[in-house]
Design a protein around this ligand. Sequence first.
Ligand code: HEC
Length: 472
Amino acid sequence: MLIQFRRLRGKFPGCEFAGCGAPLPWLLLSFLSTLFLPIMLALPPRGTQTGVVRPSTMPAFYRDVLPILQQHCQRCHRQGEIAPMPLVSYEQARRWAETIRKKVRTKEMPPWFADPAYGSFSDDPSLTAQQIATLSAWADAHAPAGDPRDAPPAPHWTPGWNIPNPDFVLEMPKPVSIPARGDVEYTYEIVPTGFSQDRWVQMSEVRPSSRAHVHHAVVYIRPPDSEWLRGALRGVPFTASSLHDEKLRHRAHSTTSDMLLVYAPGSSPDHWPEGMAKFVPAHSDLVFQMHYTTNGHAARDQTRVGMVFARQPPKQRVLTLQLAYDQHAIPIPAGAENYRVEVRGTLPNDATLLSFFPHMHLRGKRFEYNIINPDRSVETLLRVNYDFYWQLSYRLASPRLLKAGTELEAIAWYDNSRNNRHNPDPESAVEWGDQTYNEMMVGFFDVAVPANVDKWRFFIRQNHPEPQANTH
Ligand code: HEC
């Protein structure tokens, strides 16, 4: 099975929100003073404590709780972001103290699904045992405020964004009307960038205007020489089946274009390390591929993407590749609890591995990325206890150089039994398809390659050069 880079089919995810997570072992509940101490030592010295702060082991909001909320929660729990309530001020947080204790003890919050036994990830928001202890002890103590002068400086959030103020914002010119009910076919909108020169994008973020209806968005970079969806009108929404030209219609879901980024609720914006960026050639279009779901309320959506450009031309270009499975292993039999699907691919050239974004639908249970070593031993890079309602990306704390010839494997497990509480129909076999009651398997991963290498050139193997290189 080859890496299916050719076929970025229009299959994608979805997310509403639901609770999740495993029960926390009891031992974390009995710490207080001992476990609590290190976090206080780790805080910057603040001079003598005054006022209402009680014994030194009693956690207080401004000194002990707020720093945790700022670093681990406010990305989502602030005005205008995806969480249902802000956790910024004392008044806001105090009312939630008990629920916070519960959600952090069960590790439902902050959401994170990587098995800690494998790999370490720079975007892991998980709390340490000490931090969980602090939040719990604070709730136990009836949420004392402490001294506002102990508060750390407020973090600087860009209003409306989770990236610094974008250099460039591109919005779908025409809103998409979403009906109240029924399935909505994948909707495309092609938007010219108007870039008269090549651009390198260091950070990017997708912001739907009607977040509750967006199951996923993929933003593709369509270079000026690409044939993909040529003939479809720019600046207006359309679906594949609305295209008159049959060839165009047939190939709407297939492209070799690189992705700028993928969005699903809960996913973080893209932020590439120094010296690495996504390449947007001059005169490219961005193609928004939107998967909307209905929820009883009709709405209009006009999604935007914000970009921060690299300050210097980077040395490396980031490409998004995928290990994806085609139809063969699916249907998943009715009632199957642990149905396994695997895909392998061999890296044609050296590449620095940066991050992962696994994708399945409602029966998704577990997803793993492995390296198969030449001696056939397996090294697991990431194992995700998959939750359909939280589609996250996982960025390696240390990017890792993989040599040409490295064999990569993605394995997905599905639970089509009634034990899976998200399962809409355990009595039926599941087919492959776009809608969330169908299944799919895609292991996206991002790599950095030399700046002058595009996707086509990357897939040309040095020992089997293809005669007609399709570059530029
Ligand atoms: C990636 C975004 C994100 C992060 C980070 C995050 N949350 Fe949440 N949180 C949500 C969303 C969305 C919900 C509502 C859906 C749900 O409960 O799953 C939620 C729900 C909650 C709830 C339950 C609210 C209710 O109505 O019962 C609590 C409590 C909570 N979060 C606390 C926290 C705390 C404390 C942190 C940090 C330690 C945190 N969250 C980090 C997104 C986030």
